[in-house]
Each structure stands twice: as C-alpha cells, then as structure tokens.
Design a protein around this ligand. Sequence first.
Ligand SMILES: Nc1ncnc2c1ncn2[C@@H]1O[C@H](COP(=O)(O)OP(=O)(O)OP(=O)(O)O)[C@@H](O)[C@H]1O
Ligand SMILES: [Mg+2]
Length: 292
Amino acid sequence: MDQAKELRNLINNTQELNFKNTLNARVITVSSGKGGVGKSSFSVNLAIYLASLKKRVLIIDADFGLANIEVLLGVRPKYNFYHMIKGEKNISEIIVDTDYGIKLISGGNGLKELCNINNLEIKYFIEQFEYLDKIADIIIVDTGAGISPNVTNFLMASDENIIVTTPEPTSFTDAYTLIKIIKEKNKDINKIGIVINKADDKYEADRIFTKISHVCNKFLGIDIENMGYIASDLALIKAIKQQKPAIVIFPDSDFSKAIKSIGNRLLNQEEISIDNKGIKGFMQKVMNIFNK
Ligand SMILES: Nc1ncnc2c1ncn2[C@@H]1O[C@H](COP(=O)(O)OP(=O)(O)OP(=O)(O)O)[C@@H](O)[C@H]1O
Ligand SMILES: [Mg+2]
C-alpha cells in the first residue's frame, strides 16, 4: 500500500472512531397522566434488561414526589440535583451505582429549584450533563405523573416519550389529557409511544390502545405508537415486596417477558444519529422551557 493511501485509511479509521466516541446518549422519558400506573417499575426493569444486553444505562429519577426508584433498586443516594445546582458536587459525584449494572441519579429536592436558579447556575448545571453523554448509551428519565410543568416540560424536551397507562378509563383519559397539553404547548410534538400496563390480555390492551390512538389522531392530528402491553402479574408484586427487580428474580414471568419485548423493540428502533443532542441537549431544552 502506498504511503498516501495508508494515511488516508488511518484518517478514515480515526474519524470513524471519533464518530463512535462522540455519539450522545439516547434519552427516553417515561411518564403518565395518572399516578401509580407502573412507571417506576417499568423504568427500572427495562433499564436492567437493556444493561443485560451490554448497553450502558442510567436512570434519572425526576419524580418530584416519592423516590420510588431508590426503594426499587435498594439504594439511597446521598446527593442529588440540588447539590449540583448549588455547585457543591459535580455530576460524577451524584451518580449512584447499583447491584444491577445500571446507574442512578436522583433529582431529589433539586427539581424544585430548576425554575429558580440564576444564569450562572444554569450554565454550570447544563455543562455537567456532557459527562453523562460520555458514560451512558441510554438514559431513562422517570418524570412522575400528572400534567404539571414538572412533567410536561420534560416531555416537551424529549425526542422519545413513553407514556404508561392502565386499561382503567381514569388512567387512559389522563394519558390523553397529558398528550393534549403537550401538543398545545408544542406544535412539533416528538415521538410518543404508549405502554398499556396491568392489562388482562393482548385483546384488552389493543382495544385501549386503539381508543387512545383514535382520539389522538382525530382531535390532535398525531400518531402515537403501540410499544406493547404488560399483563397484571403477581410476580412483580412479589419482587417489589422482596425489594428485588422482577426481571432479575423472575426473568421468565409474564411481566419480565413483556419488558424484554418492549426493550427489544426499543433497540430495534435505535437510529445512529450524529444530530442527537443527548442528555446535555435535553437538559438545555428543559431549562429553556422552565425559565421562559
Ligand atoms: N404489571 C403489573 N402487575 C401487577 N402489579 C403492578 C404492575 N405494574 C405495577 N403494579 C403495581 O402498581 C404499583 C405502583 O407501581 P409504580 O410505583 O411502578 O407506579 P408509578 O407509576 O411509578 O407510581 P407513581 O406515580 O407514584 O410514581 C406497584 O407497587 C405494583 O404493586
Ligand atoms: Mg414512580
């Protein structure tokens, strides 16, 4: 091989390497209209499944209410967003490792400060997230329930949203209301997937999905995606009582099979995009919306 060609190959290979190293994390938000529909259980078990497939996964617990994720993972983060906003800790110091190969960051009481911080703090806060894009392939943001800005701001900032609902009318009408509010605030709504949890069977889940999809299409002009359904399963309840993830202790349960199927679907949809702004871009958008 002549020298020029060798050099060209070297440059091409290096460019490819750089390209791989600079890919940002894929950010997926998980939310719901009504509370208690299974968001945190879904997020934790999905994260662990994706990690078992060699993905580097991190969960951000952005629930303003109770810190369920910590309980589900059996960890107690000492520091959270609050300490980072105040400049007391940097992002690597608020990450908690778990026994299940995934990492966790708790929003904690720092989430309440997000609309309340000065420009210098905002800049520091956003800059910190660059580190997460380097250490994670997938970041799952568990946003909590409801239609308050604490939830909708995160959804509006995200390229990929998963909304969890159950077949109960109160749950799926609240899911619709959530989608409607985001659409009203943001004309270019991003991708929305629906997971129907605690369904009796596929028939019931499909029926509920069709209902939501129909109204979203007819009244909001948007297409939502059926990400799959999860049956009501005692295995999950047993696992929660033991404070262990169902996907680990009951990997063959209906619940775990459903999580795997949704996880595989997500991975099949993975697009390698250099335009993906990652978690840093996501937090930048969140902060812009909070501080409008
Ligand atoms: N597929 C399922 N089968 C059986 N029980 C379930 C299932 N999914 C969730 N649950 C039950 O619902 C409870 C609430 O789940 P989870 O805490 O994941 O909901 P959440 O949406 O995160 O709630 P919150 O809105 O309070 O954050 C669980 O403790 C469990 O008992
Ligand atoms: Mg929760």
